[in-house]
Design a protein around this ligand. Structure first.
Ligand SMILES: Nc1ncnc2c1ncn2[C@@H]1O[C@H](COP(=O)(O)OP(=O)(O)OP(=O)(O)O)[C@@H](O)[C@H]1O
Ligand SMILES: [Mg+2]
Length: 387
């Protein structure tokens, strides 16, 4: 740092040191800081480490390293020691990303009794600008890396789903035919002549098991999009009322209270009525299963920004973030064997995607879950005009 800029005698070089020597030392400190920063940027595993390490090296490059403390703000994060609040002289430089202020780098001198507050040099301000610029490059690099990683994971997920979808479609197709025969022949035997009580009971079991398997195959086919939607005008409010009317009475007994809050001005959507009912049944069933000791379910409809929304909210057991992440994966279930196939939400996801919609889920363990299904109104209306 150049000697000429030392202000008010505070940065006067120590008596034993020539001013040139002092300036040289300051300059070396500054270069060391920039060099260290580039090393940190290249080697630190994550952004938090970069920022924490930068905090450590920054004060050393100031005129009065022992009194200097630094603070870095980046996005929602803030790094710095509590001493920063005890500083009475500060300089700051913004971290800019894509023309927007993303954060800032600040350095301050901590108050020391009656000792005069040192003034910052132009060189120190410039150094801070270099540091904040360098940090913005590093942050952008990390963000690009994170985005790349996210896209890679998303792609892997899509590929896995596509693979499972293909496999599922194949299995469902192959099983459908023999299953049809099992059902057909079982019914023929029944019609063919009187069976003894044991045979009748066994036949009943065969038929029940076959029908159960047929339901699973149907779910698999919906999930793997082997059943294209049969589009007609659907009023979600009617769907809700019908399902609540027809759903098994045991659901409404016990301590489960189901409330509906329907938007009276809900626009009609063009959708597959059966599949939309399936979405509600699956969400409602899950909500009820999540409340083994009873609770409240709120089913509501609304519309906004060209979307109609169906929300199913329960105050049941809720989900951990780890479970929540996997719920749309086919065959993922936390229920005991025989009580859940893990296909309910995969089917919901398949149906909603086929309708051009999306699902938002919020959940917290012990607090309950909220599933919000949004289906576009206009897309389907427009499609219907051209078709
Ligand atoms: N409302 C909810 N509250 C808490 N957990 C839920 C809720 N809905 C879904 N889950 C979790 O997501 C998992 C997957 O749900 P999904 O409906 O796909 O399968 P399932 O209910 O286990 O079985 P299936 O629906 O095929 O009978 C559930 O096992 C459960 O752990
Ligand atoms: Mg389910």
């Amino acid at each position: 740092m150049s000697v000429g800029l030392f202000t008010f005698g505070i940065a006067t070089p120590p008596l034993f040191m020539s001013s040139t020597e002092h300036a040289l030392r300051e300059r070396i400190k500054e270069l060391k800081c920039i060099y260290e920063l580039s090393r940190i940027g290249a080697s630190a595993p994550d952004l938090a480490t970069v920022l924490k390490k930068t905090l450590k090296i920054l004060p050393a490059s100031m005129q009065f390293p022992r009194r200097a403390v630094a603070r870095i703000k980046a996005g929602d994060e803030e790094y710095g020691s509590a001493d920063f609040n005890r500083t009475d002289a500060r300089i700051s430089s913004p971290i800019v990303i894509g023309k927007k202020k993303y954060g800032s780098v600040s350095v301050g001198y901590v108050k020391q009794g009656k000792a005069p507050t040192p003034a910052f040099l132009t060189e120190e301000r410039k150094l801070l600008q270099v540091v904040s610029r360098e940090l913005s490059f590093i942050i952008q690099r990390h963000q690009a890396e994170e985005e790349k990683q996210r896209l890679k994971l998303q792609l892997q997920h899509v590929e896995r789903l596509a693979f499972v979808g293909e496999l599922t479609a194949g299995i469902a197709h192959e099983l459908n035919e023999p299953l049809g025969r099992i059902l057909g022949f079982a019914q023929l035997i029944r019609k063919g002549g009187p069976l003894n009580a044991q045979q009748e009971a066994d036949m009943e079991r065969i038929l029940k098991a076959s029908l159960y398997t047929r339901e699973i195959i149907k779910k698999l086919m919906i999930f793997s999009r082997q059943m294209p939607p049969q589009i007609s005008a659907v009023n979600l409010n009617e769907t809700v009322s019908n399902i609540l009317y027809f759903m098994d009475a045991p659901y409404f007994s016990g301590n489960i209270r189901i409330t509906k809050k329907l938007d009276p001005d809900l626009p009609v959507i063009r959708a597959d009525a059966v599949q939309i009912s399936q979405v509600l049944v699956n969400l409602l069933t899950n909500a009820i299963h999540a409340m083994p000791d009873g609770g409240d379910v709120l089913i509501s409809t609304s519309h906004r920004n060209g979307f109609v929304t169906l929300t199913v909210k329960d105050n049941g057991v809720g989900m951990t973030p780890e479970v929540k992440e996997k719920i749309f994966e086919p065959f993922f279930t936390t229920k005991p064997v025989g009580q859940g196939t893990g296909l309910g939400l995969s089917v919901v996801d398949g149906i909603v995607s086929a309708h051009g919609g999306r699902i938002n889920v919020t959940s917290a363990p012990g607090k309950g879950s909220r599933f919000e299904v949004m289906i576009p109104v206009r897309t389907y209306n427009r499609k219907s005009k051209t078709s």
